[in-house]
Design a protein around this ligand. Structure first.
Ligand code: ADP
Length: 674
């Protein structure tokens, strides 16, 4: 095989950088990674042939620095740059500068990116090309009065969208006129912060929509194909969490119609490379014959491209590289066929019970599923890596394939049950609930699925089982036995009873208690008594005879409890114990007797910043009476707005924050007192 390029630079990080490096290597192409301070030890840096530091952790000073990246590309004589997704991938100026410098940009031309870059421009172009678009207002008059009048004319509910938007930012659904002004303000503020452009458009809000997008590929010389559709209807905060291909219930006729509309959209702008044309399909009266509307075109590879790869058998990154090198499209439309079904879930560091608030922390334990026959895992992190505030909190994409949807779902349930993760909040339990939900299994999905089934998908945490509490306690005892053993090994009198690892310990009273608060917020106590064989544990009046049979590296233990053998991983630290057992992770807070579970360490009713961020708006004043759930402050963190609400009824006091303040993680912002 002749090499298309000698060397490419990947202007990205995380799982997409790793994924591109793997394909390039398989094609015999050298790879250059770039990395920020936060990523010095990241997986993509280890995988690449060469890696160059580009600056501090914030993306604006590293991965978004077009000049620095181009300088490196020139200095290291790379032939082409793959931008991945996000960061510079849809930056027309960057694409242009690459081409001007004689370095191939693996993506479309700057002109195509510009044409599809703003949602209003793109919709105008598509209307001219005869592609259907959602009814709405695209005009230049951005005054509140005019936009308000337009919304009234379109008819509520409407959707306000930032024209420069992406990732669900700068978007607000408005159900009636009285909320319009506040939503417009929020959308514009978020858009200005995230994109430096606060222009919005207004669209009719489709009540029962499905998000179905078409993968297209074009060679820039008038030839284009579609690699079928993906259904991305499962969303939270207007962002995708589960994607699949093909779309459940899709007829061949509608597939062809949407596929051809998507290729027409690409050809209108002389497109080159991989692109995705996103449609919103109004499924009020079912999918057959449903009207579909162009929403936007993403002029890059999508996060969810693996499901297309799994059903088409094609490597889309390889296609991108070939087309960028000037080769024709590898296949014609007639050569492409769908084989089976694929589903992808995005494993995020986030807390579904707190409106999917992004989470940060260290992956104390991270074991993705092992099966390679039906499962693919795209990840950019390893165990002990951390998820920082600087970048997207996605940990991995887990993709499964099956002969049909039912088989793919079955493999997904299996893959999720094998996934072990601890150290930070993740959406893993939530994903398991989604995959197991009968409505999802029946293929009855639309973008309202998650909010509609929130109760089933986000069940109240159940109290920890006795076995879980017993395992946690044995984990603590095992760690203590290990310590005693290690000390004995180091001491000059290894036979001293002070070092007997099996039971007798001077620092353990003949009877001791370990107290916890479980995930349901209940305080639980385990009374431990040493016996001849091991330990007797008393939990809520029940007695269990237990023994630690083996204690392996990294917290894995084998224990016998009431004659039954259990294997689990127990991660112990002074604040908490995490029990990873039977596909679940349970976190138990360790507490001293004084700790009151109703009150956190900052005192009753203290509202703290859940992550570092900036105060955008303060909606209450000291002395105000507020009801549980009432909005108090708006915080911007990880480029999203988060509304902090009152945990209970009460009076606002100690309002220390001011609009514009930068606050750190855990800072007390306001107190709600009786
Ligand atoms: P972004 O570029 O920020 O991701 P999109 O325009 O792609 O925004 O829309 C994101 C999601 O918002 C869609 O997948 C869909 O679920 C929802 N959405 C967009 N437009 C509409 C609409 N007119 N009616 C109802 N839902 C919509």
């Amino acid at each position: 095989m002749t090499r298309l390029f000698n060397k490419i630079l990947i202007a990205n990080r995380g799982e997409i950088a790793c994924r591109v490096i793997r394909t390039a290597r398989a094609m015999g192409i050298g790879t250059v990674a770039v990395y920020s301070d936060a990523d010095a030890h990241a997986l993509h840096v280890d995988l690449a042939d060469e890696a160059v530091h580009i600056g501090p952790a914030p993306a604006a000073q590293s991965y978004l620095c077009a000049d620095k990246i181009l300088d490196i590309a020139k200095r290291l004589h790379v032939d082409a740059i793959h931008p991945g997704y996000g960061f510079l991938s849809e930056n027309a100026d960057f694409a242009q500068t690459c081409e001007d410098a004689g370095i191939v940009f693996i993506g479309p031309t700057a002109d195509s990116i510009r044409k599809m870059g703003l949602k209003d421009e793109a919709k105008r172009l598509m209307t001219l090309a005869g592609v259907p678009v959602v009814p709405g207002y695209l005009g230049a008059d951005q005054s509140e009065a005019h936009l308000n009048a337009q919304a009234r004319e379109i008819g509520y509910p409407v959707l306000i969208k930032a024209v420069a938007g992406g990732g669900g930012k700068g978007m607000r659904r408005v159900d009636n006129e009285k909320d319009f002004a506040a939503s417009l303000k929020g959308a514009k503020r978020e858009a200005a912060g995230a994109f430096g452009n606060d222009h919005v458009l207004i669209e009719k809000y489709i009540q029962k929509p499905r998000h179905i997008e078409v993968q297209v590929f074009a060679d820039g010389r008038g030839h284009g194909v579609y690699l079928f559709e993906r259904d991305c209807s499962l969303q939270r905060r207007h962002q995708k969490v589960v994607e699949e291909a093909p779309a459940p219930g899709m007829s061949p006729a509608l597939r062809r119609k949407m596929g051809e509309a998507a290729v027409a959209a690409a050809q209108t702008i002389g497109y080159r490379g991989a692109g995705t044309v996103e449609f919103i399909v109004d499924v009020e009266h079912g999918l057959d014959g449903a009207p579909f509307y162009f929403m936007e075109m993403n002029t890059r590879l999508q996060v969810e491209h693996p499901v297309t790869e799994m059903i088409s058998g094609e490597d889309l990154v390889e296609w991108q590289i070939r087309v960028a090198a000037g080769e024709p499209l590898p296949l014609d439309q007639g050569d492409l066929a769908i084989d089976g079904h694929a589903i992808e879930v995005r494993l995020y560091a986030e807390d579904p019970s707190r409106d999917f608030l992004p989470a940060t922390g260290t992956l104390n334990r991270y074991r993705p599923p092992m099966d390679e026959d039906f499962t693919r895992v795209d990840t950019g992190v390893r165990e002990h890596d951390s998820i920082s505030v600087h970048y997207d909190p996605m940990i991995a994409k887990i993709i499964t394939w099956g002969e049909d949807r039912e088989a793919a779902l079955h493999h997904m349930a299996q893959a999720l049950s094998e996934t072990e993760i601890a150290g930070l909040a993740t959406n893993l339990p939530f994903l398991k609930q989604v995959i197991a939900h009968p409505e999802f299994a029946s293929g009855n999905v639309d973008t309202g699925f998650i909010p509609r089934h929130a109760d089933a998908l986000l069940p109240e945490a159940a109290p920890a089982s006795d076995i879980c509490l017993a395992l946690a306690t044995l984990g603590i005892l095992a760690a203590r036995e290990d310590r005693a053993f290690n000390e004995a090994a180091r001491s000059n009198d290894p036979f001293s009873p002070w070092h007997d690892p099996s039971g007798w310990q001077a620092n353990l009273a003949s009877c001791e208690c370990q107290d916890y608060i479980d995930g349901a917020g209940t305080s639980r106590s385990v009374k431990i008594t040493i016996t001849d064989q091991g330990y007797r544990l008393e939990i809520g009046g029940q007695r269990y005879d237990a023994q630690i049979r083996a204690h392996m590296e990294e917290g894995e233990i084998e224990a016998e409890i009431s004659g039954q053998i259990y294997r689990a991983t127990i991660l112990v630290n002074p604040e908490q114990v995490q029990v990873i057992f039977a596909g679940n992770t349970e976190t138990l807070k360790r507490l001293s007797a004084k700790f009151d579970p109703e009150e956190d360490a900052d005192g009753p009713g203290a509202i703290t910043a859940p992550m570092p961020g900036k105060i955008l708006d303060i909606l209450v004043s000291d002395g105000d009476f507020v009801e549980k759930g009432q909005a108090l402050l708006v915080l911007e963190a990880m480029k999203m707005e988060h509304t902090l609400t009152a945990p209970r009824d009460g009076t606002v006091s100690n309002l220390s924050a001011k609009t514009g303040d930068q606050v750190s993680d855990g800072a007390v912002l306001v107190t709600i007192s009786d």
